[in-house]
Design a protein around this ligand. Structure first.
Ligand code: HAM
Length: 420
């Protein structure tokens, strides 16, 4: 038997209902905050991701599914959505009508990481981006949106972590200080970090190798190197979070795994997912629109790991499963063919009805109705057809009522009106 690819997964009925509910609650909230949906392709030119995420990141160095298409052009299955949304924003000149655009998307991403709990090679993100607003207040709005969403989804243990990554004016000073510190612990760094120390020292801060993490315990904090503007900006973020009563921790180690960030970055972390603590991550990326060939327009955003969110979401799946409202237990050929008609017409009218097609005994049909969790069972045999009336059994209360078979679809519609 051919099995699915390692790190990929199926989301089966029973689980999918939870995903649908999460997506519905999320999209409703995003739309209340003025976001519109955008749909972007699953594959882009490799160059797009290299230039936006950065050549020295784990994603670009090791994790992308990249291959030449049949003409030899290098293409990549998207490892994230921000780069594509920025490309679309520039390519379709969305800024021309109004530079302020709030966009969201939901869909699969691909990263060839080592699979483990909460980490997959195809995973899903719920992504939101705001273009055209430089104010740090929108960063706060994004964090507020995330914490509101997580509480609606009954996520018990989630905490916002925030940091500032400075700007092109103050970051070089921090990088120099960091590089100097890294020189002094070089013997404890992994080969990747030795290379990154010289090219892109910030990346060393998010290395997952334990010896590197230990060596970096006393690394300088970027917060001590912020310029006056970045400091003011980060103070404003904290004050505003305080005013909105959003709890957070300032986390100087939070550098995010992508190169495009500047100033405020954030993650929502949880203790319930083992090593994969980030359920959502994002931040400001003011230079990216320009770097990808667009005008100088600020931007900020986040992505939620949908798979991780589904794992820690506290909604009750049992209640979400859509059970049949009616099961028609039909005995005999004539009843079966009438039942079939009713079931079709009821489905058309928005009432979920089921029947058994194999002509089994009443007992086994009742068993099936039970297993499906049907709310009511209509029992119809030759006698009932003769009399023009049948028993409608409420499976919860066990109450049985006589049911007129003359206008089944109409009667059922009337009985169930408003019960869904
Ligand atoms: P990211 O931190 O790389 O950011 O990913 C965001 C979230 O996607 C993570 O916090 C995690 O929950 C989930 N995630 C990432 N990799 C995996 C995986 N292999 N398996 C399961 N879940 C995963 C970004 O992607 C940025 N584009 C976010 C952003 C949007 N920044 C600004 N705008």
């Amino acid at each position: 038997m051919i099995q699915l690819i390692r790190g990929f997964k199926d989301i089966l009925p029973g689980e999918v209902e939870l995903w649908q509910q999460i997506e519905k609650i999320t999209v409703d909230l995003f739309e209340d905050f003025g976001f519109s949906q955008i749909r972007i392709p699953i594959m882009e030119r490799t160059e797009l991701f290299k230039r936006s995420i950065g050549e020295d990141t784990d994603i670009v160095e090791k994790e992308m599914y990249t291959f030449p298409d049949r003409k030899g052009d290098l293409v990549t299955l998207r490892p994230e959505a921000t780069a594509s949304i920025v490309r679309a924003y520039i390519q379709h000149k969305l800024f021309a009508a109004d530079p302020v655009q709030k966009l969201y998307m939901v869909g699969p991403m691909f990263r060839r990481e080592r699979p483990q709990k909460g980490r997959y090679r195809q995973f899903y993100q719920i992504d939101a981006e705001i273009f055209g607003v430089a104010s740090p207040l929108v960063d706060v709005q994004l964090i507020f949106l995330l914490t509101t969403l997580f509480s609606r989804l009954k996520v018990a243990d989630a905490q916002a972590h925030i940091n500032s990554l400075g700007c092109p004016r103050c970051r070089p000073g921090f990088k120099a200080a960091l590089r100097e510190m890294l020189m002094s612990v070089s013997d404890r760094l992994c080969p990747d970090c030795i290379r990154r120390r010289d090219r892109n020292p910030l990346r060393v801060l998010d290395c997952k190798v334990p010896s590197c993490r230990e060596a970096l315990a006393d690394a300088p904090s970027i917060l001590d190197h912020l310029c006056a503007d970045c400091r003011q900006d980060f103070d404003a973020v904290q004050q505003s979070l305080d005013r909105l009563a959003v709890p957070y921790v300032v986390d100087k180690r939070l550098v995010r795994g992508l190169d495009y960030y500047a100033r405020t970055t954030f993650e929502i972390q949880t203790g319930s997912l083992g090593a994969q603590s980030a359920v959502a991550g994002g931040g400001r990326y003011d230079g990216l629109v320009k770097a990808l060939g667009g005008p100088e327009i600020p931007a900020t955003g986040f992505a939620i790991g949908f798979d991780r969110l589904a794992e820690i979401c506290g909604l009750d799946v049992e209640n979400l499963l859509d059970k049949p409202q009616l099961f028609v237990a039909a005995l005999g050929d004539r009843s079966q063919s009438l039942a079939f008609e009713w079931v079709c017409r009821l489905g058309q009218a928005g009432i979920r009805a089921e029947m058994d097609f194999s002509g089994r005994s009443l007992k086994s049909q009742m068993k099936r109705a039970n297993r499906l969790g049907a709310a009511h069972v209509l029992i119809v045999g030759e006698d009932e057809l003769e009399k023009g009336a049948a028993i409608l059994r409420n499976m919860e209360t066990k109450e049985q009522t006589m049911f007129d078979l003359a206008r089944v679809v109409e009667n059922i519609k009337q009985i169930f009106a408003g019960s869904r």
